[in-house]
Design a protein around this ligand. Structure first.
Ligand code: ADP
Ligand code: MG
Length: 218
C-alpha cells in the first residue's frame, strides 16, 4: 500500500519499516505526516499537536534513523514531564528498535535509585529518556555524557513548564549548548499548546525552527 499517509514513502531503513509493520502501524497520523519529512531531514521543529496524535513515533523514527549502535555515549536524549510518560516513550522506542540489534534505551526517572541507572549508562545507552530533575542529577554527577547527543527532544514541553521544570529544562539545554555538537544537533519540541514561554525556548535553543501546527488529527 502506498499513498499520501503511507510510511513507505519516507524511505526508512528496513529495520524500522519491519518494526512498523509488525506493530501494525500502516498509515501515518496527520501529525506524523506533517513532521516526519522535516524530522528525517535533520531540521529543528516545534510542533503543536494535541494528545493522542502520535507524536512519539514522529520523533522516535527520526532519532532511530541516526543511531550508530556501537557508539559509546548516548546519541539521543528525550525529556518528558512525568515518569509514566518517560517509561511509555522508552517502551515505544524499544518496540520500534527491536530489529536494531543491541540498541539500548535507558530511562532515567525520579523516584528510582540512581545506582542501577548509573550501571545502565556505563554499560552503554544509545537512547536516554528521562524526567528533567533526574536527567539534571546525572549530568551533575557526570554519569550522563551529552557530548554525542545529536538529537534532543522536549516532549510535552508545555506540561513540563506547567509542572515547574523551567529551571531544569534550561540547565539541561545550557549544558547541551556547551558541547561540540551544539551547532549541528537537532532539537525537536512537542507541545499541545504554544504559549510565550515555549516560543522563547524555541527562539533561544532551537536553530531556525519551523513551527508546525496540526489542527486536526484523529
Ligand atoms: P501523543 O504523544 O501525540 O499524545 P502518542 O505518541 O502517545 O501520542 O500516540 C498515541 C497512540 O497512538 C499510541 O497508542 C500509539 O501507539 C498510537 N499510534 C501512533 N501512531 C500511530 C499510527 N501511525 N497508526 C496507528 N496507531 C498509532
Ligand atoms: Mg506524547
Amino acid at each position: 500500500m502506498s499513498n499520501e499517509l503511507s510510511f513507505a514513502k519516507l524511505g526508512l531503513i528496513t529495520e524500522l519499516n519491519e518494526a512498523l509493520e509488525s506493530a501494525n502501524y500502516t498509515q501515518m497520523t496527520e501529525t506524523q505526516a506533517a513532521c516526519l519529512p522535516d524530522v528525517l531531514a535533520g531540521k529543528d521543529i516545534a510542533v503543536q499537536a494535541k494528545t493522542g496524535s502520535g507524536k512519539t513515533l514522529a520523533f522516535a523514527l527520526g532519532l532511530l534513523s541516526k543511531i550508530e549502535v556501537n557508539a559509546k555515549n548516548p546519541q539521543a536524549l528525550i525529556m518528558c514531564p512525568t515518569r509514566e510518560l518517560a517509561e511509555q516513550v522508552a517502551e515505544q522506542i524499544r518496540l520500534l528498535a527491536k530489529r536494531m540489534s543491541n540498541l539500548k534505551v535507558v530511562s532515567l526517572v525520579g523516584g528510582m535509585p540512581m545506582g542501577p541507572q548509573i550501571v545502565s549508562l556505563r554499560y552503554g545507552a544509545n537512547v536516554v529518556v528521562g524526567t528533567p530533575g533526574r536527567i539534571m542529577d546525572h549530568i551533575g554527577k557526570r554519569t550522563l555524557s551529552l557530548k554525542k547527543v545529536n538529537t534532543f527532544v522536549l516532549d510535552e514541553a508545555d506540561r513540563m513548564l506547567d509542572m515547574g521544570f523551567e529551571d531544569e529544562m534550561k540547565v539541561v539545554m545550557h549544558n547541551l549548548s556547551q558541547t561540540a555538537l551544539a551547532a549541528t544537533r537537532q532539537t525537536l519540541l512537542f507541545s499541545a499548546t504554544y504559549p510565550e514561554q515555549i516560543q522563547i525556548i524555541t527562539k533561544q535553543y532551537q536553530r531556525d525552527a519551523k513551527i508546525i501546527k496540526v489542527e486536526e488529527d484523529k
